[in-house]
Design a protein around this ligand. Structure first.
Ligand code: NAD
Ligand code: TDX
Length: 360
């Protein structure tokens, strides 16, 4: 098992990164067994919310957690962080992550997802030359594999066939990561995960968008015929898998992670409506009446489904949160954290960042 001491987490103020840091340092610390330092580097784009870690920072971190407000594309900053904190591990979450935004403006996706990954890889290569106790874990998506028909699953050997600028930028970064392993012997691991849901997800993604629109009585926009299929996984289960790979995964290997939990968007929405209706004491039919079919997403992938036999067999990972429980936990979280949403929507949060953090 690898001993991971000084971990650089990129994108640790985003949805999955926040949950990952909470898993390593927060209430679940015992489960993870982590005992080292975390350096969280995040540019705090619209999707990053460092306030999500406020109480973890105050309650649990004891000087073993550092936040740096900066961009993964700035090489001199990455070099400085490597030297100052003696980084031996990177887990790379930072990305532009929303498919719709990549259709409206692909440039930021190429910059962060491709050039940013290159910068991190290249600094790691230069700094880790003489070491044999290091690891670069790259967090990627099942979207790199393209779109499935009615049958079949993505395995680690499925050829890449990305369809959106988002998935193409992630696919390109995956190839670059692999190339650094084969060409320079950089110890890497890579994971391709299906759709995550859970607390702290930015309300542009399907599940939090729908929950918040339901709570506000707004229309529920369903793209196309609503029959596109995604494979949903609770965010903590994704993070446990990432942590297992980082500790025990074989260098140079990629691992698929998935929920084995396929849902047509419209059926998922139906389930979510029942949960929100019950918890907010609203008539389900009143919410159902707000479903609005809208123009389809350009290049909308029809179906994703992950075969995660490899990680299950090799690392003994499995999903722990069933969909019903996970959705209820998620709805509860959004119901009791309306401040988090309101701050993001009002722009108050951006002002708070500008006041409290100097961008490096
Ligand atoms: P997110 O959009 O919620 O968070 C991304 C974070 O990266 C934000 O905090 C943002 O401020 C930061 N960031 C963006 N550009 C940066 C830059 N140039 N420098 C430093 N920080 C920057 O994304 P997420 O949903 O948490 O996804 C995290 C990772 O997991 C991504 O790599 C994504 O591709 C991958 N992934 C996500 C899902 C999912 O369902 N959300 C599924 C599989 C894989
Ligand atoms: O308003 C909506 N209406 C709708 O019908 C939104 C936002 C989405 N959808 C559909 C599109 C997809 O079929 O719901 C499905 C899920 O959409 P998103 O939440 O945008 O996720 P997706 O495009 O599947 O990508 C997500 O999973 C893989 C993440 O955003 C990626 O970062 C991750 O890599």
């Amino acid at each position: 098992m690898r001993k991971l001491n000084n971990i650089l987490i990129t994108g640790g103020a985003g949805f999955i990164g926040v949950n990952f840091i909470r898993y390593l340092l927060g209430e679940s610390k015992q489960k993870s067994g982590f005992n080292g330092r975390i350096i969280n580097l995040d540019a705090l784009t619209y999707a990053g919310n460092i306030a999500s870690l406020n109480e973890v920072e105050k309650k649990y971190t004891n000087g073993n957690y550092f936040f740096i407000h900066g961009d993964i594309c700035v090489r001199s900053l990455i070099e400085e962080i490597f030297d100052k904190y003696d980084i031996d591990t990177i887990v790379h979450f930072a990305a532009e992550s929303h498919v719709d935004r990549s259709i409206l403006g692909p440039e930021a996706f190429i910059k962060t997802n491709f050039n940013g990954t290159f910068t991190l890889l290249d600094v790691a290569r230069s700094r880790w030359k003489e070491r044999d106790d290091t690891l670069f874990h790259h967090v990627s998506t099942d979207e790199v594999y393209g779109s499935l028909g009615e049958t079949g699953y993505f395995t680690e050997n499925t050829p890449y066939d990305p369809r959106s600028p988002y998935s193409a930028s992630k696919a390109a970064s995956d190839h670059l990561v692999m190339s650094y392993y084969h060409t320079f012997n950089l110890p890497i691991t890579l994971s391709n995960c299906s759709n995550n849901y859970g607390p702290y997800q930015f309300p542009e993604k399907l599940i939090p968008l729908m929950i918040n629109n339901m709570l506000e009585g707004k229309p529920l926009p369903v793209y196309g015929d609503g029959k596109n299929i995604r494979d949903w996984l609770y965010v903590e289960d994704h993070n446990i898998a990432v942590w297992e790979i980082m500790q025990k995964g074989r260098a140079g290997e990629k691992y698929n992670i998935g929920g084995e939990n396929e849902w047509e968007n419209i059926k998922l929405l139906d389930k979510l409506i029942d949960i929100v209706a019950e918890k907010s004491k609203t008539a389900p039919d009143k919410i159902r009446a707000t479903i609005t079919y809208v123009k389809d997403r350009a290049g909308h992938d029809r179906r994703y489904a992950i075969d995660c036999t490899k990680i299950k067999n090799e690392l003994k990972w499995k999903q722990t949160v069933d969909f019903e429980t996970g959705l209820k936990k998620t709805v509860d979280w959004y119901l009791s954290n309306s401040n988090w949403i309101n701050q993001i929507k009002s722009g108050e949060y951006q002002k708070w960042i500008d006041k409290n953090y100097i961008k490096r």
